[in-house]
Design a protein around this ligand. Structure first.
Ligand SMILES: C=C1C[C@]23C[C@@]1(O)CC[C@H]2[C@@]12CC[C@H](O)[C@@](C)(C(=O)O1)[C@H]2[C@@H]3C(=O)O
Ligand code: AKG
Ligand code: FE2
Length: 392
């Protein structure tokens, strides 16, 4: 698939207090935009969403549609996302499921990473009670009054965040906690989650990330088997835990079911791999290699593995990071996801593994460290192609 750098236009949706929330807003599809059903041009009242302010958004991309809030003028744009259409191309066979302890697992992991950059792990060894406990704590935290949650923020880079993602104007219909995985509940913040629940969960998902990276090395014929997994295991490695909460969006109750809003705009994850666990609410979608978006049915008993940019570099493009996003549909149930990002130490060189370079073959990327990449990544917008500037 040809990668494109998207140039997202940001839009902030405005905000503004109880009076604004009571106004009738008119949604008008922009002419350039749109393939929404005509019923999407409709009158709806924006009910007071969680936390007070109304603020939706996302990035413009081929699968999304911008809608202008015509009144009041201070409120501008909302990104609506169309449901993926079947379109042309071979039918999506579904997300591959891998049991890491089964014979042939290493080859199955590499096959899934090559074809999709994404798969789910069954029999993963993360005890259900451990995941459920952290999820329950997160749900209780997100149910607290806004002022209490704000005391654990802003998420710059760690802490509680609401609707704003990163520093560069991205927005989504979500709130979240970003934690350094080894700091448990966060050293200097009011602890949003208990240290025990975080470290038990992180201990378990770290094991999944390590097993996946060992399987990748084995499947690609890289020795030693821990050549990749050790990069994300040392004390200096850069590991983070994110807990996302996507509440139902009241605006959607007035719109056709085919409308949804951006929860988390499309992006790739910068690290080697991410390990995601969610509750039973749908919303995650991934881009196939031919650019089609497909939904990922939720499965709270499995964990999902997402190939990140760093693994793409280390395998010299043989495994590619996968674009993914979350769309919030008209559901009564919030989506809650917990994602562990396995990144290397800042000084780690991100050079392709020598076994993966044929004789005389050049690396596709210039020499850089994870520290360089992370710094650059945090200057990008969510939908940007962060690897492009690092290609030779
Ligand atoms: C817009 C941004 C948010 C992000 C930092 C960035 O500038 C670009 C990468 C984003 C991302 C995506 C995956 C993870 O959710 C994340 C924590 C990460 O490591 O890179 C986020 C960053 C973030 O939310 O701060
Ligand atoms: O919340 C989700 O399901 C996915 C979120 C995500 O991709 C991320 O946090 O990087
Ligand atoms: Fe992600």
């Amino acid at each position: 698939m040809q990668r494109r750098s998207l140039h997202p236009r940001s839009f902030r949706i405005a905000a503004s207090g109880p009076a604004a929330a009571a106004l009738p807003y008119i949604y008008e599809p922009r002419t350039e935009a749109l393939h929404l059903p005509p019923t999407c041009t409709t009158r709806a009242r924006a009910d007071q969403p969680y936390g007070g302010a109304l603020f939706l958004g996302g990035t413009t991309n081929p699968g999304s549609t911008m809608v202008v809030l015509a009144k009041p003028p201070a409120l501008d744009q909302i990104s609506l996302v169309r449901s993926p259409e079947p379109g042309a191309g071979p039918p999506f066979p579904g997300v591959p499921a891998v049991d890491l302890s089964a014979p042939g697992a290493a080859l199955a992991v590499v096959d899934a990473c090559e074809r999709f950059g994404f798969f789910k792990v069954v029999n993963h060894g993360v005890p259900a009670g451990v995941a459920d406990r952290l999820e329950a704590e997160a749900v209780a935290f997100f149910a607290r009054p806004q002022a209490e949650k704000d005391a654990s923020g802003p998420a710059d880079p760690l802490g509680y965040g609401c609707k704003r993602i990163g520093r560069n104007g991205d927005t989504g219909w979500l709130e979240y906690l970003l934690l350094a995985a080894d700091q448990g509940a966060g050293a200097s913040l009011p602890a949003p989650l208990s240290g025990d629940a975080v470290s038990e969960y992180v201990g378990a998902v770290r094991g999944v990330a390590a097993s996946v990276l060992e399987a990748v090395a084995e499947g690609l014929g890289v020795a030693p088997r821990d050549a990749l997994s050790r990069m994300v295991a040392g004390a200096a490695s850069d590991r983070a835990l994110r807990v996302n909460h996507y509440p139902p969006c009241p605006l959607l109750q007035r719109l056709p079911d085919s409308c949804s809003v951006t929860g988390f705009g499309e992006h790739t994850d910068p690290q080697l791999v991410s390990v995601l666990r969610s509750n039973d609410t749908a919303g995650l979608q991934l881009a196939l290699r031919d650019g089609r978006w497909v939904p990922v049915p939720p499965d709270r008993d499995a964990v999902f593995v997402i190939v990140g940019d760093s693994l793409e570099v280390l395998t010299n493009g043989r495994l590619k990071s996968v674009r993914h996003r979350v769309v919030v549909a008209n559901s009564r149930k919030p989506r809650v996801s917990m994602i562990y990002f396995a990144g290397p130490a800042p000084a780690q060189r991100m050079a392709p593994l020598p076994e993966l370079l044929g004789r005389g073959e050049q690396g596709l990327y210039r020499d850089f460290t994870w520290g360089d990449y992370k710094k650059a990544a945090y200057r990008t917008r969510l939908g940007d192609n962060r690897l492009d500037p690092f290609r030779v």
